[in-house]
Write a protein that binds this ligand. Sequence first.
Ligand SMILES: [Zn+2]
Ligand SMILES: [Zn+2]
Length: 438
Amino acid sequence: MLSRIAASAVLAVFSFSVHASDLSEAVQQDYDDYLWPLFDHFHRNPELSTIEVDTAARMAQELRNAGFEVTENVGGTGVVAIMKNGDGPMVMMRADMDGLPVEEKSGLENASRKTQESPISGNVVPTMHACGHDVHITSMVGTARHMSARKDAWSGTLMLVVQPAEERVIGAAAMKDDGIWDRFGTPDYALAFHVGSSGVAGVINVTEGSPYAGADTVDIIIHGVGAHGASPHRGNDPIVLGAQIVLALQTLVARELSPRMPGVVTVGSFHSGTKHNIISDRAHLQLTVRNTNGETREILLNGIKRIAENMGRVAGLPDDMLPEVIISTESVPPTNNNPELARRLREAWNTEIGGDRVVDKPPTGMGAEDFPFFTTEPQITSVYWGIGGTLQEDFDREADGGEPVPSHHSPLFRIAPEPSVTAGVESTVVALMELMGT
Ligand SMILES: [Zn+2]
Ligand SMILES: [Zn+2]
C-alpha cells in the first residue's frame, strides 16, 4: 500500500510546478485506499477527553508505520511523532483527538454506539465525535504518509502532535507541562486546523486575526441573609442581588469595551434557594468570559469584580459579606495567528489548491481553543486555519426551509469526511512544503 502511495507521490514531486492536480490526485488515492476506512474506524470509536487510550495507540501505530519516531504518553495520552529530514526549520502540526459525552443521533451508518465511563462523573455515558476531531487525526495520518513518501522534496524536522483533552482545554497544557519542547525541541512554526460545520466542505478559511477567543471561568458567590419568604424585611435576598448583578454585567460589553473590541460575558448558571417561601442566604453564579486580547480581558475581569462588589454595597451588605468573585486559574489565551505567516500560507494555498477554495471569513462566535498553550511562553509563530465540513447541498436544503445544518457538539452533528479529510491533508502538506520544501 505504502509503496503505491510512494510511487504516486514521487510523480507529484517531479511535476511539483504543475502540482495542484497531482497533489490532490495522490491524496484522493490515499483517501480511497486507506484514509476512508481509518476515518470510519475513528468515527465509530470516539473516546472521552483524557482517556483516548485506543485512539492514541492507533495513532502511534499509524505514525510509526509512516516512518516517524513515536513517543507515547506525553501529557497523558498525547503522542509525539518526529521525522528528522536534514537541515531546516522544525515545524509542528497538532491534531486533537478527543470525542464528547454525546449520544450520536446523526442517522449515519457509521454512527458511534460506544459508551465509556466518564472520568468526571463516573457514570457510563455515550460517546461521539461531535466536534470533528476524527477528521483532524485522520488527516494527520494522511499528511504523515504523504510527507514520508516525498522526503526528497523537503528538508527540516516535522513534529506531529496528537493532543488529548482539547474539549476540556487541558490537553495542550498537560503536554507542555510534560516538557514537550525540552524533550523533542521547540518548533520554529506551529500549525493546526479545525474542521467546521459552518463552512462549505473542503474550503480553507484563514484569517490574519484571531480565529479563537481567550476564555476565563468566573464564579460569583453572593452572600445573603436568610428569612421567611413572607418577611423579606428580616433578610437580605441574594436572588434579587444576583439578578441585579446579572443585568449590571451586561453593560460591560455594551458600554465599557470599544465597539471594535469583541468580548463576551455570559452568566451560564444561577443557583439559589430551596423552597417557595424561604429567602435563601446564598446564590452562586457561573460565568464564561471571552476576549481576543489581554486589554479586553483586564477590562472585563476587573469590571465583573467592581460590579459584583458594589452591587453588594447597594444591597446594604457589610464589607465582610460582599459578593466574592473567583477567577479560575485555568485561563485560556486567545488564538492569534501570525499575520505574516497567515498571508504566506494563504498565497501558497491560492497557488497550489486554488483561490476559489481559500477564503478569509472572520469567526462570528467567541469559541476558545487550547492550541495557544503550545504557541505562547515561548511565543511560536503559528497559524490556525479552518476547513469547511458541510456539503453545499446541506446548506441549500437549510436555505430552502429544510432541516438546519447541525452545530458542533449536537447529537445530529455530521461532517462530510469527503472532501474534509482530503482538504485537511492537502492544506497541511502545502503549508509544510511552503515552510520546508526544497
Ligand atoms: Zn468541540
Ligand atoms: Zn473541536
